[in-house]
Design a protein around this ligand. Structure first.
Ligand SMILES: C[S@@+](CC[C@H](N)C(=O)[O-])C[C@H]1O[C@@H](n2cnc3c(N)ncnc32)[C@H](O)[C@@H]1O
Length: 233
């Protein structure tokens, strides 16, 4: 029997806006970010590409979208093709990309960094960002330091090894050379998720969905979500 990860569940179901507050929150957030037609934006861990598509349609900016999951890449490509969008899309691991340094005015990573080696990825954001650029990292955050038992449950379902507190996230960004780190509480908007289903869905993937729902309810008092708005100066 094939064993699946939480990322596989998201990919086969093609969950769009797979971050708390979904696209409604993203649209609200981006109203306050200085994006122009001249901006070059990176959607890091783009999933099915919903945010990347919105950015190009609404702001007319250049967008690069990367993800390491081949099914996500396939679905994002389909979206960009159907929308007639000119978005550069690449299958890449954000822990170390082949993208050139000092390239992006904005890097947006929505519910991505937490699933990676955080220290490596935050350094990669610093490398890819222009000196006057902005990183927007929408991240699961522990209200207080989690116990080993709580971490084991999260590791089991999400394959994450730590959930930093807000203060720890801010320190992680500062350690990577960012000077200005602001935290914005993510609004708990009840957004309707979008699905781009694969042709066949293994029933085992529904179990992951159930586990995710259970853990979300169980940890509602232990976790919160912030967007870290991060700059080098
Ligand atoms: C929770 S989903 C969020 C997707 C999208 N940002 C959204 O909000 O809908 C996390 C995404 O990050 C991608 N991802 C996880 N680790 C990654 C890595 N090391 N490099 C690139 N993408 C990664 C997954 O494949 C998945 O598409």
């Amino acid at each position: 029997m094939m064993s699946y990860t939480y990322q596989d569940f998201l990919a086969y179901f093609g969950v769009g806006g797979a971050h708390p507050g979904g696209m409604s929150f993203t649209k609200e957030l981006l109203k306050h970010i200085p994006i122009t037609r001249d901006s070059h934006v990176l959607d890091a861990g783009c999933g099915t590409g919903q945010t990347a598509a919105f950015l190009q349609k609404d702001f007319g900016c250049s967008v690069t979208a990367i993800d390491q999951h081949p099914i996500m890449i396939e679905k994002a490509c389909q979206r960009f093709k159907e929308g007639n969008l000119n978005i550069e899309i690449r299958e890449e691991n954000i822990e170390g990309t082949s993208l050139p340094s000092n390239t992006f005015d904005i890097i947006i990573a929505e519910s991505v960094t937490i699933f990676t080696n955080i220290q490596k990825v935050v350094k990669e954001y610093a490398r890819l960002l222009k000196d006057d650029g902005i990183v927007l990292a929408h991240e699961m955050t522990a209200k207080q330091v989690l116990s080993q038992q709580e971490m084991d449950v999260l590791q089991d379902i999400y394959a994450i090894s730590r959930v930093p507190t807000k203060e720890e996230w801010i320190q992680l960004f500062k350690d990577a050379g960012f000077l200005n780190v602001e935290s914005i509480m993510a609004k708990n908007i009840n957004d309707t998720p979008e699905f781009m289903l694969s042709n066949t869905i293994d029933p085992a993937l529904y179990d992951i969905w159930d586990q995710h729902q259970l853990v979300t309810e169980k940890y509602a008092d232990r976790l919160q979500y912030y967007v870290y708005r991060v700059q080098k100066s």
